[in-house]
Write a protein that binds this ligand. Sequence first.
Ligand code: CO
Length: 435
Amino acid sequence: MTSSSRRYTIPGSDPARLVTSANPVGRRDFLRTGAAIASAAVSGVVGAAVPARAAESAAPWQKVPGTPAGAYGQPSEFEKSVTRHVIRAYPEIAPGVGSTLSPIQSFHGTITPSGLHFVRNHNGTPSIDPAQHRLLIHGLVKRPLMFTVAALSRYPTITRTYFIECAGNSGRNLAPQPQQISAGVLHGLISNTEWTGIPLSLLLEEAGLEPGAAWLLAEGADSASMSRSVPMEKALDDAMIALYQNGERLRPDQGYPVRLFLPGWEGNMNVKWLRRLKVTDGPTHTKDETSKYTDPLRDGKALQFTYEMGVKSVITQPSSGMKLDGYGFHEISGMAWSGAGRIRRVEVSTDGGTTWKDAALHGQQLSKSVVRFRFPWEWNGAPAVLQSRATDEKGNVQPARAVWLARYAVDARFHNNSIASWELGADGSVKNVYA
Ligand code: CO
């Protein structure tokens, strides 16, 4: 045995025996070796014992030349199961209406791969020729302006990492009974991306605002003419005309070639395929902000223009449908974000909210951006209810489910940022529960 292989041998276990989920005997041996080894597991030396002569035997793929690199990269063929969940609201009459949810239970960092970004479309993704597309700025401006995509691409750009979340995210967790579906199907209308574009304030300055300019109408070039009203204060603050995501041009599903981006605000406001910004003296009350995206309350009133997404977190590992493969060390991990700014704190409970402990925050902890939280945990085999609770820099705390339900009407569908719960059974299975 070489000295390098000895480094990875776990004392007290048979060196020929792999400690993997497929070999629970090996794992039990491993766990019996005590606290010193457990702390080694926490520090990352969890690997398998090395079989004798492992270093000398080549794997089959070492014996044949590999395939040449393709023109556009794809994930490993062994990751084919990591896909979005597609929901079509009216498959017969309007197949483009629906949502496509990110598989957040498979994500481990903070950035959402472009091909796994969630999609919410009101009548499908248009096929737009960027040479033909125009962005119009008109209304209460001194100089109405028309931009080609080529012209927009000449402006100075900024790059920021922001989450975007559909207002309807986690709406499925408002069903009367908890649904046994994955974390992504429950909570996957959230994605986190590096966006590059032009500060909207720059273009509005060039057009010149007239007195009384207080709102914008933002309209998309899809066949639903998706449109929303945007207060001028946001437009002049951190609003962006996005042209790129994760370094490449926007994906068609994300508004290619031009999308409005309003950091921290509900997904629907970030109008895709942006064709028009009309400066107005008040909100336009479009169909997309009157028939939808309003929030009925318990007292019979309804909230309109609820833009900012609330502070929120969800545990993605482990999560519903998964099964823990044994007692002992498990890292609890998930995503947290807030439309109000930075995430300051995420707490984790393993006893259904009776006690809470701080999780570690990873990633860059940017404003209006997803952070990854991680919490080391020794599972003793007893049933447990796992929860996470986020707090942002403004002091907003993610509400308990009962607190959220007491505020909104029974048919409310939007802005569910309440604490989610996973129940861990004695057999290691993880279920969605209401707690
Ligand atoms: Co809203």
